[in-house]
Design a protein around this ligand. Structure first.
Ligand code: ZN
Ligand code: ZN
Length: 254
């Protein structure tokens, strides 16, 4: 059986062919996913699961960014080179423990830390049972915000789950409920779709003006939510133009 990393890499490679507008981003993602897979394997092979151990993966990550990242990330990587090992461990620990509000750190530093924390968190989350029917607005395993929603076919319709932006945990979340402000009024929760991607929706909230993208697996069983969310950044632009803010930007800050 292929690992979930291989599935993500294969899906991204497939979408590169059909979505030239996002090929550069997806190419970078493919290389990053290979690196994340190796971090995941290193965490799985070790019996010490301390966040500080991830510090050894920074050099490979910074090299990758220098080769394939955006100009902004490259510049940040050059600055980050001079950060001490202690500062790097502090950064990892602060984000993992939710001790740093996102706006207190340069966004690019968050990218470096989250790129390594994701496979670490995913490994730990997969060993824990976090099943819940209570629709919590943040991840029941690690407390992070949802990255997107997944609609999974069930009976005649589909059941909604939220997918954690950090550890990849999926948890049940009621269909008519805003994860940001708990609005329940259907009139205030518009859903937008674009012709090009009929299986991706923008679920918005007119009360708090946020949105979350939903990947509808009942309409496209081949989609890999994290990857398809990235490949459809044009919808993010549309939502932003209509004054909706994303509940949680993805790893790449969009
Ligand atoms: Zn989580
Ligand atoms: Zn809301």
């Amino acid at each position: 059986m292929r690992s979930s990393w291989d599935l993500r890499i294969a899906r991204a490679s497939e979408l590169i062919q059909t979505n030239p507008a996002v090929a550069e981003l997806l190419n970078f993602y493919v290389r990053l996913a290979h690196l994340q897979k190796s971090v995941y394997q290193a965490v799985a092979a070790s019996n010490q699961h301390e966040v500080g151990a991830l510090v050894h993966h920074f050099p490979a990550l910074l090299r990758l960014v220098q080769e394939a990242g955006s100009p902004v990330l490259k510049e940040a990587a050059a600055k980050f080179e001079s950060a001490s090992e202690e500062a790097r461990i502090d950064l990892l620990a602060a984000i993992w423990q939710h001790e740093v509000e996102s706006h207190q750190l340069p966004a690019e530093y968050e990218f470096f830390a989250n790129a390594l924390l994701q496979p670490f968190a995913e490994y730990l989350a997969q060993r824990t049972d976090t099943a819940t029917e209570a629709s919590p607005p943040i991840c029941p395993f690690c407390g992070s915000k949802p990255q997107l929603a997944v609609l999974r076919p069930e009976g005649e319709g589909a059941k909604r789950f939220l997918l954690c932006s950090l550890c990849g945990t999926e948890w049940f979340f009621r269909r008519l409920l805003c994860p940001n402000c708990a609005e329940e009024n259907k009139e205030k929760l518009p859903v937008f779709t674009a012709k090009e991607f009929d299986y991706v929706r923008v679920d918005a909230c007119d009360t708090c003006r946020t949105y979350l993208k939903s990947i509808d697996l009942s309409k496209n069983g081949k989609a890999v939510p994290v990857v398809d969310e990235l490949a459809t950044v044009s919808l993010n632009m549309w939502a932003q133009e209509h004054n909706y803010q994303k509940v949680q930007p993805n790893l790449f800050g969009v």
